[in-house]
Design a protein around this ligand. Structure first.
Ligand SMILES: *[C@@H]1O[C@H](CO)[C@@H](O)[C@H](O)[C@H]1NC(C)=O
Ligand SMILES: *[C@@H]1O[C@H](CO)[C@@H](O)[C@H](O)[C@H]1NC(C)=O
Ligand SMILES: *[C@@H]1O[C@H](CO)[C@@H](O)[C@H](O)[C@H]1NC(C)=O
Ligand SMILES: *[C@@H]1O[C@H](CO)[C@@H](O)[C@H](O)[C@H]1NC(C)=O
Ligand SMILES: *[C@@H]1O[C@H](CO)[C@@H](O)[C@H](O)[C@H]1NC(C)=O
Ligand SMILES: *[C@@H]1O[C@H](CO)[C@@H](O)[C@H](O)[C@H]1NC(C)=O
Ligand SMILES: *[C@@H]1O[C@H](CO)[C@@H](O)[C@H](O)[C@H]1NC(C)=O
Ligand SMILES: *[C@@H]1O[C@H](CO)[C@@H](O)[C@H](O)[C@H]1NC(C)=O
Ligand SMILES: *[C@@H]1O[C@H](CO)[C@@H](O)[C@H](O)[C@H]1NC(C)=O
Ligand SMILES: *[C@@H]1O[C@H](CO)[C@@H](O)[C@H](O)[C@H]1NC(C)=O
Length: 226
Protein backbone atom coordinates (compact mmCIF):
# COMPACT_ATOMS: atom_id res chain seq x y z
CA UNK A 1 0.00 0.00 0.00
CA UNK A 2 2.72 2.38 1.03
CA UNK A 3 4.67 1.47 -2.07
CA UNK A 4 1.80 2.43 -4.32
CA UNK A 5 1.31 5.75 -2.51
CA UNK A 6 4.98 6.44 -2.77
CA UNK A 7 4.99 5.78 -6.50
CA UNK A 8 1.98 8.05 -6.90
CA UNK A 9 3.82 10.77 -5.01
CA UNK A 10 6.84 10.25 -7.19
CA UNK A 11 4.77 10.56 -10.34
CA UNK A 12 3.11 13.71 -9.02
CA UNK A 13 6.46 15.27 -8.23
CA UNK A 14 7.78 14.48 -11.70
CA UNK A 15 4.65 16.04 -13.15
CA UNK A 16 5.15 19.14 -11.01
CA UNK A 17 8.76 19.52 -12.11
CA UNK A 18 7.96 19.14 -15.78
CA UNK A 19 5.30 21.78 -15.54
CA UNK A 20 7.44 24.18 -13.54
CA UNK A 21 10.07 24.29 -16.27
CA UNK A 22 8.69 26.69 -18.89
CA UNK A 23 8.28 29.56 -16.43
CA UNK A 24 11.57 28.91 -14.74
CA UNK A 25 13.64 28.70 -17.88
CA UNK A 26 14.58 32.40 -18.31
CA UNK A 27 16.03 32.52 -14.79
CA UNK A 28 18.28 29.55 -15.30
CA UNK A 29 19.53 30.54 -18.71
CA UNK A 30 22.51 32.42 -17.23
CA UNK A 31 23.36 29.38 -15.12
CA UNK A 32 23.23 27.18 -18.17
CA UNK A 33 25.42 29.54 -20.11
CA UNK A 34 27.93 29.67 -17.30
CA UNK A 35 27.94 25.91 -17.05
CA UNK A 36 28.32 25.45 -20.78
CA UNK A 37 31.28 27.79 -21.03
CA UNK A 38 32.57 27.32 -17.53
CA UNK A 39 35.60 25.66 -16.06
CA UNK A 40 34.26 22.20 -15.26
CA UNK A 41 32.09 21.20 -18.19
CA UNK A 42 33.07 20.11 -21.64
CA UNK A 43 32.48 22.75 -24.21
CA UNK A 44 29.58 22.22 -26.57
CA UNK A 45 31.65 23.93 -29.23
CA UNK A 46 34.47 22.24 -31.04
CA UNK A 47 34.53 18.53 -31.63
CA UNK A 48 37.35 16.90 -29.72
CA UNK A 49 37.54 16.29 -26.02
CA UNK A 50 40.05 19.15 -25.95
CA UNK A 51 37.35 21.58 -27.15
CA UNK A 52 37.68 23.62 -23.98
CA UNK A 53 41.44 23.98 -24.13
CA UNK A 54 41.25 25.04 -27.77
CA UNK A 55 38.60 27.61 -26.89
CA UNK A 56 40.83 28.87 -24.12
CA UNK A 57 43.84 29.10 -26.40
CA UNK A 58 41.73 30.97 -28.96
CA UNK A 59 40.56 33.43 -26.34
CA UNK A 60 44.15 34.01 -25.23
CA UNK A 61 45.29 34.50 -28.81
CA UNK A 62 42.44 36.95 -29.51
CA UNK A 63 43.29 38.88 -26.37
CA UNK A 64 46.99 39.07 -27.17
CA UNK A 65 46.27 40.08 -30.76
CA UNK A 66 43.99 42.86 -29.56
CA UNK A 67 46.60 44.05 -27.08
CA UNK A 68 49.35 44.01 -29.70
CA UNK A 69 47.22 45.89 -32.22
CA UNK A 70 46.27 48.49 -29.66
CA UNK A 71 49.88 49.02 -28.53
CA UNK A 72 50.89 49.55 -32.17
CA UNK A 73 48.05 51.97 -32.95
CA UNK A 74 49.22 55.35 -31.68
CA UNK A 75 46.21 57.09 -33.26
CA UNK A 76 43.84 55.00 -31.19
CA UNK A 77 45.93 55.40 -28.03
CA UNK A 78 46.01 59.17 -28.50
CA UNK A 79 42.25 59.22 -28.97
CA UNK A 80 41.80 57.20 -25.78
CA UNK A 81 44.02 59.61 -23.86
CA UNK A 82 42.15 62.59 -25.31
CA UNK A 83 38.81 61.17 -24.21
CA UNK A 84 40.17 60.53 -20.73
CA UNK A 85 39.78 56.75 -20.94
CA UNK A 86 43.41 56.11 -20.09
CA UNK A 87 46.48 58.16 -19.12
CA UNK A 88 50.10 58.16 -20.30
CA UNK A 89 51.19 55.82 -17.51
CA UNK A 90 48.65 53.23 -18.61
CA UNK A 91 49.75 53.59 -22.23
CA UNK A 92 53.29 52.70 -21.17
CA UNK A 93 51.94 49.70 -19.29
CA UNK A 94 49.98 48.56 -22.36
CA UNK A 95 53.09 48.82 -24.52
CA UNK A 96 55.20 46.91 -21.99
CA UNK A 97 52.58 44.17 -21.73
CA UNK A 98 52.34 43.89 -25.52
CA UNK A 99 56.12 43.68 -25.87
CA UNK A 100 56.19 40.95 -23.25
CA UNK A 101 53.44 39.03 -25.05
CA UNK A 102 55.14 39.13 -28.46
CA UNK A 103 56.86 35.79 -28.24
CA UNK A 104 53.83 34.01 -26.78
CA UNK A 105 51.66 35.40 -29.57
CA UNK A 106 54.18 34.46 -32.25
CA UNK A 107 54.36 30.91 -30.93
CA UNK A 108 50.59 30.62 -31.05
CA UNK A 109 50.34 32.15 -34.51
CA UNK A 110 52.96 29.74 -35.85
CA UNK A 111 50.70 26.81 -34.89
CA UNK A 112 48.66 26.50 -38.08
CA UNK A 113 46.34 23.90 -36.52
CA UNK A 114 45.46 26.29 -33.74
CA UNK A 115 45.08 29.24 -36.11
CA UNK A 116 42.64 27.38 -38.34
CA UNK A 117 40.71 26.03 -35.34
CA UNK A 118 40.44 29.54 -33.94
CA UNK A 119 39.15 30.83 -37.27
CA UNK A 120 36.23 28.43 -36.86
CA UNK A 121 35.72 29.31 -33.20
CA UNK A 122 35.91 33.05 -33.90
CA UNK A 123 33.45 32.80 -36.78
CA UNK A 124 31.06 30.94 -34.50
CA UNK A 125 31.44 33.59 -31.81
CA UNK A 126 30.85 36.34 -34.36
CA UNK A 127 27.63 34.67 -35.50
CA UNK A 128 26.46 34.29 -31.89
CA UNK A 129 27.09 37.96 -31.35
CA UNK A 130 25.14 38.88 -34.46
CA UNK A 131 22.21 36.69 -33.41
CA UNK A 132 22.14 38.39 -30.01
CA UNK A 133 22.28 41.76 -31.70
CA UNK A 134 19.33 40.79 -33.90
CA UNK A 135 17.27 39.85 -30.85
CA UNK A 136 18.05 43.19 -29.27
CA UNK A 137 17.31 45.14 -32.44
CA UNK A 138 14.03 43.29 -32.90
CA UNK A 139 12.85 44.39 -29.46
CA UNK A 140 13.74 47.98 -30.23
CA UNK A 141 12.31 47.95 -33.75
CA UNK A 142 9.06 46.42 -32.49
CA UNK A 143 8.43 49.60 -30.53
CA UNK A 144 7.85 51.44 -33.82
CA UNK A 145 4.68 49.45 -34.43
CA UNK A 146 3.54 48.93 -30.86
CA UNK A 147 2.15 52.10 -29.30
CA UNK A 148 1.20 50.26 -26.10
CA UNK A 149 4.77 49.15 -25.48
CA UNK A 150 6.04 52.59 -26.46
CA UNK A 151 3.74 54.35 -24.01
CA UNK A 152 4.72 51.94 -21.25
CA UNK A 153 8.38 52.61 -21.87
CA UNK A 154 7.88 56.39 -21.92
CA UNK A 155 6.02 56.24 -18.65
CA UNK A 156 8.55 53.97 -17.00
CA UNK A 157 11.59 55.96 -18.09
CA UNK A 158 9.89 59.33 -17.80
CA UNK A 159 11.49 60.59 -21.01
CA UNK A 160 11.60 64.26 -21.96
CA UNK A 161 11.23 65.49 -25.55
CA UNK A 162 14.96 65.38 -26.33
CA UNK A 163 15.29 61.85 -25.03
CA UNK A 164 12.13 60.89 -26.87
CA UNK A 165 13.50 62.17 -30.17
CA UNK A 166 16.70 60.24 -29.55
CA UNK A 167 14.75 57.08 -28.84
CA UNK A 168 12.78 57.52 -32.09
CA UNK A 169 16.07 57.83 -33.92
CA UNK A 170 17.42 54.71 -32.27
CA UNK A 171 14.28 52.83 -33.21
CA UNK A 172 14.55 54.00 -36.81
CA UNK A 173 18.23 53.01 -36.89
CA UNK A 174 17.44 49.63 -35.38
CA UNK A 175 14.77 49.01 -37.98
CA UNK A 176 17.18 49.77 -40.82
CA UNK A 177 19.96 47.65 -39.34
CA UNK A 178 17.60 44.78 -38.63
CA UNK A 179 16.33 44.76 -42.21
CA UNK A 180 19.92 44.51 -43.47
CA UNK A 181 20.74 41.64 -41.12
CA UNK A 182 17.49 39.81 -41.87
CA UNK A 183 18.28 40.09 -45.57
CA UNK A 184 21.19 37.73 -44.94
CA UNK A 185 19.56 34.31 -44.98
CA UNK A 186 22.85 32.59 -44.12
CA UNK A 187 22.84 34.52 -40.88
CA UNK A 188 19.15 34.03 -40.09
CA UNK A 189 19.48 30.28 -40.74
CA UNK A 190 22.47 30.07 -38.42
CA UNK A 191 20.56 31.94 -35.72
CA UNK A 192 17.61 29.57 -36.06
CA UNK A 193 19.96 26.58 -35.76
CA UNK A 194 21.63 28.17 -32.77
CA UNK A 195 18.31 28.73 -31.01
CA UNK A 196 17.33 25.10 -31.63
CA UNK A 197 20.65 23.81 -30.28
CA UNK A 198 20.31 26.00 -27.23
CA UNK A 199 16.84 24.57 -26.64
CA UNK A 200 18.21 21.05 -26.82
CA UNK A 201 21.10 21.65 -24.44
CA UNK A 202 18.70 23.26 -21.97
CA UNK A 203 16.49 20.19 -21.95
CA UNK A 204 19.52 18.09 -21.11
CA UNK A 205 20.78 20.31 -18.33
CA UNK A 206 17.61 21.49 -16.61
CA UNK A 207 16.97 18.32 -14.59
CA UNK A 208 20.33 18.73 -12.89
CA UNK A 209 19.51 22.31 -11.94
CA UNK A 210 16.13 21.24 -10.66
CA UNK A 211 17.21 18.32 -8.56
CA UNK A 212 16.87 20.25 -5.26
CA UNK A 213 13.38 21.31 -6.32
CA UNK A 214 12.53 17.69 -7.09
CA UNK A 215 13.67 16.60 -3.64
CA UNK A 216 11.54 19.25 -1.95
CA UNK A 217 8.45 18.38 -3.97
CA UNK A 218 8.94 14.69 -3.29
CA UNK A 219 9.36 15.23 0.44
CA UNK A 220 6.29 17.45 0.59
CA UNK A 221 4.16 14.91 -1.21
CA UNK A 222 5.61 12.05 0.82
CA UNK A 223 4.53 13.82 4.03
CA UNK A 224 1.07 14.43 2.60
CA UNK A 225 0.61 10.76 1.87
CA UNK A 226 2.03 9.21 5.03
C1 LIG B 1 34.71 15.66 -21.16
O1 LIG B 1 34.36 14.68 -22.12
C2 LIG B 1 35.18 13.55 -22.10
C3 LIG B 1 34.80 12.61 -23.25
O2 LIG B 1 33.49 12.83 -23.69
C4 LIG B 1 35.04 12.86 -20.75
O3 LIG B 1 35.90 11.73 -20.69
C5 LIG B 1 35.43 13.83 -19.65
O4 LIG B 1 35.22 13.24 -18.39
C6 LIG B 1 34.60 15.10 -19.76
N1 LIG B 1 35.07 16.05 -18.77
C7 LIG B 1 34.24 16.74 -18.00
C8 LIG B 1 34.87 17.67 -17.04
O5 LIG B 1 33.02 16.62 -18.07
C1 LIG C 1 33.38 19.54 -36.24
O1 LIG C 1 31.97 19.33 -36.34
C2 LIG C 1 31.37 20.06 -37.39
C3 LIG C 1 29.89 19.83 -37.36
O2 LIG C 1 29.48 19.12 -36.26
C4 LIG C 1 31.98 19.64 -38.72
O3 LIG C 1 31.42 20.40 -39.75
C5 LIG C 1 33.49 19.87 -38.70
O4 LIG C 1 34.06 19.40 -39.89
C6 LIG C 1 34.11 19.16 -37.52
N1 LIG C 1 35.54 19.53 -37.44
C7 LIG C 1 36.48 18.63 -37.21
C8 LIG C 1 37.88 19.18 -37.14
O5 LIG C 1 36.24 17.46 -37.01
C1 LIG D 1 43.90 52.41 -35.45
O1 LIG D 1 42.66 52.68 -34.77
C2 LIG D 1 41.72 53.40 -35.55
C3 LIG D 1 40.49 53.66 -34.68
O2 LIG D 1 40.79 54.38 -33.56
C4 LIG D 1 41.34 52.62 -36.79
O3 LIG D 1 40.44 53.38 -37.57
C5 LIG D 1 42.59 52.28 -37.58
O4 LIG D 1 42.24 51.44 -38.67
C6 LIG D 1 43.60 51.59 -36.70
N1 LIG D 1 44.84 51.41 -37.44
C7 LIG D 1 45.35 50.21 -37.65
C8 LIG D 1 46.66 50.18 -38.41
O5 LIG D 1 44.85 49.19 -37.25
C1 LIG E 1 46.79 56.84 -14.43
O1 LIG E 1 45.63 56.05 -14.14
C2 LIG E 1 45.85 55.10 -13.11
C3 LIG E 1 44.60 54.21 -13.01
O2 LIG E 1 43.45 54.90 -13.32
C4 LIG E 1 46.16 55.82 -11.81
O3 LIG E 1 46.38 54.89 -10.77
C5 LIG E 1 47.41 56.68 -12.02
O4 LIG E 1 47.66 57.45 -10.85
C6 LIG E 1 47.25 57.62 -13.20
N1 LIG E 1 48.54 58.27 -13.44
C7 LIG E 1 48.66 59.55 -13.72
C8 LIG E 1 50.04 60.05 -13.98
O5 LIG E 1 47.69 60.28 -13.75
C1 LIG F 1 55.52 38.55 -19.14
O1 LIG F 1 54.88 37.38 -19.62
C2 LIG F 1 55.03 36.27 -18.77
C3 LIG F 1 54.42 35.06 -19.45
O2 LIG F 1 53.49 35.40 -20.39
C4 LIG F 1 54.35 36.57 -17.44
O3 LIG F 1 54.51 35.47 -16.57
C5 LIG F 1 54.99 37.82 -16.83
O4 LIG F 1 54.33 38.16 -15.64
C6 LIG F 1 54.93 38.97 -17.79
N1 LIG F 1 55.63 40.12 -17.25
C7 LIG F 1 55.15 41.35 -17.30
C8 LIG F 1 56.00 42.41 -16.75
O5 LIG F 1 54.03 41.58 -17.75
C1 LIG G 1 48.91 23.36 -31.93
O1 LIG G 1 47.55 23.53 -31.58
C2 LIG G 1 46.85 22.30 -31.45
C3 LIG G 1 45.37 22.64 -31.26
O2 LIG G 1 45.16 23.55 -30.25
C4 LIG G 1 47.43 21.53 -30.29
O3 LIG G 1 46.72 20.32 -30.12
C5 LIG G 1 48.89 21.27 -30.55
O4 LIG G 1 49.48 20.64 -29.41
C6 LIG G 1 49.65 22.57 -30.84
N1 LIG G 1 50.99 22.28 -31.28
C7 LIG G 1 52.06 22.77 -30.68
C8 LIG G 1 53.38 22.41 -31.26
O5 LIG G 1 51.96 23.51 -29.70
C1 LIG H 1 2.86 45.32 -27.70
O1 LIG H 1 3.61 45.38 -26.49
C2 LIG H 1 2.90 44.84 -25.37
C3 LIG H 1 3.70 45.15 -24.11
O2 LIG H 1 5.07 44.88 -24.29
C4 LIG H 1 2.67 43.36 -25.61
O3 LIG H 1 1.98 42.81 -24.51
C5 LIG H 1 1.89 43.17 -26.89
O4 LIG H 1 1.77 41.78 -27.17
C6 LIG H 1 2.56 43.86 -28.05
N1 LIG H 1 1.68 43.81 -29.20
C7 LIG H 1 2.10 43.38 -30.40
C8 LIG H 1 1.08 43.44 -31.51
O5 LIG H 1 3.23 42.95 -30.59
C1 LIG I 1 16.17 65.82 -20.98
O1 LIG I 1 16.84 65.00 -20.03
C2 LIG I 1 18.24 64.95 -20.18
C3 LIG I 1 18.82 63.91 -19.21
O2 LIG I 1 18.13 63.89 -18.02
C4 LIG I 1 18.82 66.37 -19.93
O3 LIG I 1 20.24 66.33 -20.09
C5 LIG I 1 18.20 67.33 -20.92
O4 LIG I 1 18.64 68.64 -20.64
C6 LIG I 1 16.68 67.27 -20.88
N1 LIG I 1 16.17 68.08 -21.98
C7 LIG I 1 15.10 68.84 -21.86
C8 LIG I 1 14.69 69.59 -23.10
O5 LIG I 1 14.49 68.92 -20.82
C1 LIG J 1 21.42 56.66 -36.22
O1 LIG J 1 22.23 56.36 -37.34
C2 LIG J 1 22.94 57.48 -37.86
C3 LIG J 1 23.63 57.07 -39.13
O2 LIG J 1 24.22 55.83 -39.02
C4 LIG J 1 23.93 57.96 -36.79
O3 LIG J 1 24.64 59.10 -37.25
C5 LIG J 1 23.15 58.33 -35.52
O4 LIG J 1 24.06 58.68 -34.49
C6 LIG J 1 22.28 57.17 -35.06
N1 LIG J 1 21.46 57.62 -33.97
C7 LIG J 1 21.35 56.97 -32.81
C8 LIG J 1 20.51 57.61 -31.78
O5 LIG J 1 21.91 55.92 -32.58
C1 LIG K 1 25.90 36.88 -43.92
O1 LIG K 1 26.20 36.45 -42.64
C2 LIG K 1 27.27 35.53 -42.57
C3 LIG K 1 27.38 35.06 -41.12
O2 LIG K 1 27.60 36.12 -40.24
C4 LIG K 1 28.55 36.19 -43.07
O3 LIG K 1 29.61 35.26 -43.05
C5 LIG K 1 28.33 36.71 -44.48
O4 LIG K 1 29.48 37.43 -44.91
C6 LIG K 1 27.10 37.60 -44.54
N1 LIG K 1 26.82 37.93 -45.92
C7 LIG K 1 26.66 39.18 -46.32
C8 LIG K 1 26.35 39.37 -47.76
O5 LIG K 1 26.78 40.12 -45.58
Amino acid sequence: MHTISFITALLFSLFAITHALPEASPDIVPILEARKNGNGGNSTRGNGTNGNSVNKACRTMAKLTKLTNLAANQTKLDAMIASGKINATEVDAIKAKAANATSELQTMQSNTTLVSECAVVDAHQAVLKECKQMTKLTKLADLATNQTAMDALMQKKNLNDTQMAKLQERIANATTKLKTLQGNTTLTDLCTQQAQQKGKSQCLVIPRVWRPQAMITMLTLYRLFF
